[in-house]
Design a protein around this ligand. Sequence first.
Ligand code: SF4
Ligand SMILES: [Zn+2]
Length: 549
Amino acid sequence: MDGDLNWLEARRSSPEMLARARQILEAVRDGAEVTAAVRGHPLADGRLLGKHVLVRAYLQLTGEGDWPADPELLRRIRMKPVRTLSGVTTVTVLTEPAGCPGDCLFCPTVEHMPKSYLPDEPGARRAVQNGFDPYAQTASRLEALRAIGHPTDKVELLILGGTWSAYPAVYQEWFVRRCLEALNGSASHSLAEAQQANAGAGHRNVGLVVETRPDWVTPEEVRRLRNLGVTKVQIGVQCLDDRILALNRRGHTVAETRAAMRLLRAAGFKIVAHWMPNLLGATLDSDRQDFARLWDDADLRPDEIKIYPCQLLPGTGLEQAWRRGEYQPYTTAELVALLADVKPGIPRYCRVNRVVRDIPSQHVLEGNRRTSLRLDVQAELRRRGRACACIRCREVRARPVAAGELAFDDLVYEAGGALEHFLSYSDAADGLAGYLRLSLPSAGSPETGLDDLQGAALVREVHVYGESLVLGAESKGAAQHAGLGRRLMAEAEARAAAQGSRRVAVIAALGTRRYYQRLGYRLGGTYMIKDLPVGSPGEGGHSPDRGLA
Ligand code: SF4
Ligand SMILES: [Zn+2]
């Protein structure tokens, strides 16, 4: 535990508050319900203690060795458990405002903000407060999370702010290095040093995500992203109709989107597609067909999707089109119906991260203003007797799972020239406890020029649910401790060997390298590599030696 921070927090709470918090914690430890225990121990002036004070008291008591660590107690007194339920805490940071090469009709431009961001969007506000400094943004977010009792040992860094690839290379390196230094709690002389230090840091980086445009994804860019340690790319697909893309001045074609996704997949990245219904020129009908193309087209098939219905914002070209009577936003009811139409068609290997953007409603000129659209869509699906079977809708979250009762599944599909195996374990109620994405490239997969990947099967993602546990802590039944990751890796290696792959390459984030080392992997250029025994490949005819003449 961080002694300095405990001292600082203790100073903010009066001795009376801490004494009362201790009584409440004792009651909760003895089985009392948290809210009831808080009500039963008011302060002298009648006020009730906030949960953050309980967490502070807990950290102080355990940090000073008065009490043994009790993760179960900590879990019960935490304020917003949902944020870390998929095992990882996300820290979002924004790059500083710089011109985006795009000129999209719907995109807002606000002075002193990165293109497409409004200063009062929740994530953006924090960036502004910290002057877009990567170190300050990361450090302040970590402290805020820790102060409310969230484990921050496993951190996914999400770098937002327009088109990452358009920033100068030196800025990108500096930005990532400073974020890592904040995680490491120490300065470094170079990006490589910061990356190395993170493998054993208290806040380990378990994912690095950037967002970019299809026309910026080239083999050189892919190699640069790997050197930075990027593991996941969010890509602005928006629409799969060249006429609509042109009308909205997107500046790229569908062919470029397909090429970009093929290349990202061949390099093992996890791919998050941004899709935008209600663009200028689209109709409810064309949007339904457009969405189906995401899955029908074997070059697309993203791993995750963010649905950002186009919003009519002031100062945009779209506003002018609307004033001329050429554009009409969908109503909330139309949007809910559209999303309820398309969601059941989402394959089980995809995760729907969002169905609406968090734009404060006062900016929206006309059309949907609700940010709780996901709930409306769920209600509509229930009314229709339909369901969404995407990853997010099936995750077990913190529900305890008994490893012995899990069923294994291998969902095979083609995508971007590769044969994808979505390996998963689910419980009897179809709750997803963990999954792995194995990509077996074919002769038709694009060449990345990455030495690590010659003849390799790729593990693009391993995800096991359960709470984001404090290092060394145990949580009864949480999926992360059922050895699921290890079992999934063994299944993947067996399939790779059977298909004739010479090696397995994992796009491992810095902070997960040691995990793979324990499974027999070594660090190649930027991937974790394990050579497979040379032997008789099984049936299947898969040729992993693409590009090796
Ligand atoms: S590429 Fe993205 S940030 Fe740039 S103008 Fe288009 S929507 Fe806005
Ligand atoms: Zn879903």
